[in-house]
Ligand binder design. Structure first.
Ligand code: PBG
Ligand code: ZN
Length: 325
């Protein structure tokens, strides 16, 4: 059948019928809020590259997390900026590290809210790379035991989900073994399985003070031209024991998200990263786009492409918008 019998506009004639036939919906259950925690007390300092996002000290992050939990968001993901950085990134697995402290407090105050702990070394190393550096090279295998140690330390502090974002080969297997041996068989791993070497991370690196001090991350993060390699990364991570996988960044990689979901049918997250956030904020501040509409449209596009959940700096605000909808 075709025109004039077939008229797709019939199902667009009122908001009620559009509501009836809509395939994809955004819900508060889909949202994960990233947060940055810093040493000190009473700190809530706006991040200059990410207006509306803040550095929180442990005592102020608690207040923010209580609001997030009250809005019905199921999970947060934490990033830490340590007092001191060193060659190895030893504050990443310190028993009293900044993220460890924050997790302990958060799990006490809001035990039902899931705490995802990002596992990487770049926020903790003086050189800003995600692994051990020897003679100017980021070494894969020596990094694995440090990642595993960090994951165990974060699990010990009470993290519910461990999310490695370093892109070393074999890290999921190494972390799974580390967690199991430490008695954390039930802690899930959310792998940043597909993480591209992207220019959209710029604002985050300013926020986390984690820009590489020499070179770049192209030797370990993925080349933006590759899609088959993304499927291979997911397969390897699933074989090594990942419970959930993630694709990052977001809107520029919706094709990858779709293919990962289609191929594996596993729990798949998407990360709307800092650069995507800041671009929307900048355009909105100039009055060039309808901020709320664009945010909701981008988040819906992740769902349509197959995401089971979305890490987004807009999470808390969007949860408020979705109330009663
Ligand atoms: C750490 C990490 C990064 C992001 C999440 N974990 C930065 C990077 O790889 O340089 C980026 C998040 C964002 O841009 O919002 N490896
Ligand atoms: Zn890193």
């Amino acid at each position: 059948m075709s025109f004039p019998v077939d008229r797709p506009r019939r199902l667009r004639t009122s908001s009620t019928i559009r509501r009836l036939v809509r395939e994809t919906r955004l819900s508060v259950d889909d949202l994960v809020q990233p947060l940055f925690v810093v040493p000190g007390k009473d700190i809530k300092k706006e991040i200059s590259s990410m207006p509306g996002q803040y550095h929180y000290s442990v005592n102020t992050i608690i207040e923010e997390v209580e609001i997030i939990a009250r809005r019905g968001i199921p999970a947060i993901i934490l990033f830490g900026i340590p007092e001191n950085k060193d060659e190895e990134g030893s504050q990443a697995w310190a028993e009293n590290g900044i993220v460890q402290q924050a997790i302990k407090q958060i799990k006490q105050k809001t035990p039902d809210l899931l705490v995802i702990a990002d596992v990487c070394l770049c926020e903790y190393t003086s050189h800003g790379h995600c692994g051990v550096v020897q003679n100017g090279t980021v070494m894969n295998d020596p990094t694995l035991k440090l990642l595993s140690r960090t994951a165990v330390s974060l699990a010990h502090a009470g993290a519910d989900i461990i999310a490695p974002s370093d892109m070393m080969d074999g890290r999921i297997g190494s972390i799974r073994t580390g967690l199991d041996e430490a008695g954390f068989k039930d802690k899930a791993i959310l792998s940043y399985a597909v993480k591209y070497s992207s220019s959209y991370y710029g604002p985050f690196r300013e926020a986390a003070d984690s820009a590489p001090q020499f070179g770049n991350r192209r030797g370990y993060q993925m080349d933006p031209g590759n899609a088959n390699e993304a499927l291979r990364e997911v397969q390897l991570d699933l074989e090594e024991g990942a419970d959930m996988v993630m694709v990052k960044p977001g809107v520029s990689y919706l094709d990858i998200l779709w293919r990962v979901k289609e191929r594996f049918g596993r729990v798949t997250g998407a990360y709307q990263v800092s650069g995507e956030y800041s671009m929307i904020e900048a355009a909105a501040a100039n009055g060039w786009i309808d901020r709320k509409a664009v945010i909701l449209e981008t988040l819906l596009s992740f769902k349509r492409a197959g995401a089971d959940f979305i890490l987004t700096y807009f999470a808390s605000e969007v949860a408020e918008w979705l109330k009663g909808s």
